[in-house]
Design a binder for this molecule. Sequence first.
Ligand code: MSP
Length: 526
Amino acid sequence: MGKFYITTPIYYPSDKLHIGHAYCTTVADALARYHRLKGDDTFFLTGSDEHGLKIQRKAAEKGVTPIQYVDAIIANFKLLWKELNISNDDFIRTSEERHHKVVQDALQKIYDQGDIYKKNYEGLYCVPCESYWLERQLDEKGCCPDCHRPVEKMQEESYFFKMSKYADWWLDFIDKNPDFIQPESRRNEMINFVKQGLDDLCITRTTFDWGIPVPFDPRHVVYVWFDALLNYLTGIKYGVDDAFFNRFWPADLHLVGKEIVRFHSIIWPIMLHAMGVEMPKKVYGHGWLVVDGTKMSKSLGNVIDPLGLIDEFGSDAIRYFLLREINLGHDGNFSRDALIQRTNADLANDLGNLLNRTVAMIIKYHGGAVRNAKAGDALDEDLIRVAADTVADYTAKMDAMDITSAVKTVWNLIGRANKYIDETAPWVLAKDEAKKERLETVMYNLAECLRLVAIMVEPYIPQAAPKIFAQLGLGETPLRLQDARWGGLAEGTRVVKGEPLYPRIEVDKDGNTIIGGKKYVPTVPV
Ligand code: MSP
């Protein structure tokens, strides 16, 4: 057993949440849940990145203070994470006092050691991205190379962090830690970027005041990225509770979208190095959720509201789709049709029916009690071998963050178990008194298979996993990976008939969603 500290980026308080936001958090949640399942001492942090000119302007437009503006949005974020069954251990807001102190102390330390200097700065600023750009970096229309919106000329007296001084250290660190940036393609991109020369980073602003005051010059506020990255330390009580901090730091994984790998893999390690803090273990840049090939974003008007989607299809279905369908590190397409197809095929049919049939047959043939398995035949041996291989393969894949393959391997076992029902034909065995023991063995093997499956799917579909356990008569038993070994199910365990895990979804000719035979009526605002 080890420890696992995982973070998502802290999100900008966008007033329009979309399913793309939910993607990163769902992946992080699956990994956090997997590590808890393994028994690792796990801490999962997410939160919100609330400062900056963009927020100050939006609040002003609405005639409210910045904190009033963000409070309402953050409440919605927290609701989404709850509805999506996100198991974060804390939610950090950069507007919180605990965070201000960490940022101010960090800045003061770096300033005192001579790594921060003041200079007049004139540059082209992208407000939505809160980034300065050089003329040569702009896109062909003279706009921001990241979001392609217009940039503004800004001039201000600013403090700079001597990043350039650390370029050689960084190259050496990456050379010695080839796994630090993943996937590999992003690592090469970052190395090329730094090899072209690293500029010092402008880390303070005077053109607005919605930010953390710079301790040695309070007319300035701290640049949002410098502020935001430090949340990963605040969240585990840096400078406040050393024992807690040392229990989780260094972070095992900073999971981030591909467009912010640069901040996390270059600026962040250099900040930490300057502060004398140990390096995190890994930065992983995932791909984007796209709709018809385009990144989902509010400005493009192609966002899909996750709260509405959860209301319609349930959080397990959405989580399962994101984890099964999108290969981590690559872009993936979202579509309602594909979501419905996946839910029906994998969740309602494959998994739901396996559970339904198994529980119903144990009730019908054995009065609901699991009987003991006897020495098996070749079919049993094959099922047991596939089950053992699946647990080993699942563990290896999840450890390697190959979530999609891990899901596939579990569904391969589910498929094998369904086939086992057809091969053994329990309804035929039930008619023959001489096959009594054989029927008991078959039923045991099916229930045991489902027990292993329930454990393995918990990180993906956390609503269904305990329901499977409950139907198997294991309602009080915790889900732990160490128990995913064949033979753990005790004779006499009493199965309990339950609701189908996932009702079938259909779309009628008028485009209405029909769930389990009933027309879906939204219960959240659409
Ligand atoms: N506030 C910064 C992060 C600071 S971390 C110290 C930020 N916020 S964000 O709200 O714009 O993005 C948060 C995360 O959501 C990023 O990892 C981003 O890649 C992810 N996504 C936003 N839209 C997305 C998709 N359409 N698809 C997948 N992920 C997406 O950046």
